[in-house]
Design a protein around this ligand. Sequence first.
Ligand code: ZN
Length: 460
Amino acid sequence: MPSASDDSKAAWSVREAPNPDGHNTCVTLLDSVHGLGPRMYELCRELYPICRSITGDGVRHTLDVVGKEIPLTRTEVPSGTQAFDWTVPLEWNVRDAYVLDATGRRVVDFNRSNLHVMSYSVPVDEVLTLDELRHHLLTMPDRPALVPYRTSYYEEGWAFCMSDDERNGLPDGTYRAVIDSTLEPGALTYGECVIPGATTDEVVISCHVCHPSLANDNLSGIAVVTHLARALAGRDLRYSYRLLFIPGTIGSIVWLSQHEEAVRRIRHGLVVAGVGDRAPFTYKRSRRGGADIDRAMAHVLRAGPDHQIVDFTPYGYDERQFCSPGFNLPFGRLSRSVHGEHPEYHTSADDLDFVTAAQLEQSLETIASVVDVLEGNRRYRNLQPDCEPQLGRRGLYRAVGGAVDSRSVEMGMLWVLNLSDGTNDLLEIADRAGLSFASIRQAAEALASHGLLAPLEGKE
Ligand code: ZN
């Protein structure tokens, strides 16, 4: 691994570009993502109609769209491939699905919403009585106006999903149920975008791409991770970044089973899911609980709006796999509304009105701030530890202009000098000082440039 001071130079060469007026600008990743909300919302809108599942052309089509924004490597893993205790299933595709009444009218129609067909439904073309048909109609009597999203990946069957109101309105008679689907050997598809940094140590950020027309539950994550990748590309980075666009559960299991090498290089990880709705943030800690990603996220969220931080549970999205005991990777999860705990979850109400450009933007900003912390966090040693060095004589008071307020940076210098005994990293110092990470980092850079501080190798 290159020395920390080399990393430091690499990470700072972009940020310290002087303004024409001679002040330092602090071009953080956060600074570069403001105003992207409408573009992310547009991406959600473009992806919304596509019928995705854990396999099939919907995922490929989705990756085509994402691939217009960022360079994406696509991997096709054949059906039948073993991945730990799991097997890549048959590939599912659907062209059309409907229920006709006796007059030939479509009373349920896949073309109106792809939620109407249960994902992984086997092909069918049957004439049935209403009673027989009812066994294949899935509704939510507690939310009678909404269409549920249902799947049957690992059990063969077929069903239509519809509102309870509509089902109750179906008159007696005969119906014809048609699902023009295929379930046959094919592949599971996932996408990766790797952005190299100064080291091969990796930050992995993942989102799921396996839900059909659900805006918050998958499209919000796809949009935010796509634009995070765009913002990271071309920057001088300390870490290498790997953005994963994978089908939930089976996708992360397959990825983990095929990336032994990359897994060893993961230093920080984040699952991004459900980040477009109006609820406050929920950050779920990694299984380790005190990983750098957990500390960085807590630091960033503390300075922001309402949020809650919860401990790891072996339930949820792909953090379940990344944090399974055999890997125990430092993966947290950022969400807003928590899956399963809000009425729109896995229903037709998780639509384009449920997510907003402003919330998407705030989510991207939050993750960008966390990346800024991860990029800049390191330990230093105070080279003048016997009493305070004279900062004024060195021109360090009021010497630091730019984006961060200079009073905080001055306070930050005192904190950094005092706590840089080799045990505390800058994030710990920022938390203890009650100052922003940006102030502390700028203070440390100023001290280091005057020979008062030396970066230490490694972090652990
Ligand atoms: Zn879901």
